[in-house]
Design a protein around this ligand. Sequence first.
Ligand code: THU
Length: 147
Amino acid sequence: MAKPSLMTASPKKALSKELMKRVKSAVRFSYAPYSKILVSAGLYCASGKIYTGVNIENSSYSLTMCAERIALFKAVSEGEKKFRLLLLYSPQLNFIMPCGACLQVLSEFAPDIIIVLMNENDELKFYPIKTLLTKPFTLPYNDNHVV
Ligand code: THU
């Protein structure tokens, strides 16, 4: 399959119709019987690949996993190291914001990633992660990079 043609300098241009389509399509896999908030994320990597993730809830509520972390963990576990942009979407919310836990985890692997919020009308809002989480927790020996 051909690589998606997303490799451009501008983050706005990088957000192709393909990424939006993939994220909207993946939301049907969300497992959210408790909150009924379906969430889908698409992580666009420097390799050109897209990894999607959805929220997966549990009857033991606190074991729920957010869509962003599912997408990130899928990508990291497949060997991805550089991340350009994360697109986040929920049909139930007009521009869902990423939670603090996801920002913390994303910051460690992708300190310069752009977070893009999409609503039902395909309108977009762009946020560099550093504007949403200005001071992530780091350990003294953690240089905030995946080696
Ligand atoms: N959720 C996400 O998937 N990502 C976020 O950043 C915020 C919240 C999910 C978790 C839960 O399944 C539902 O949204 C309602 O909190």
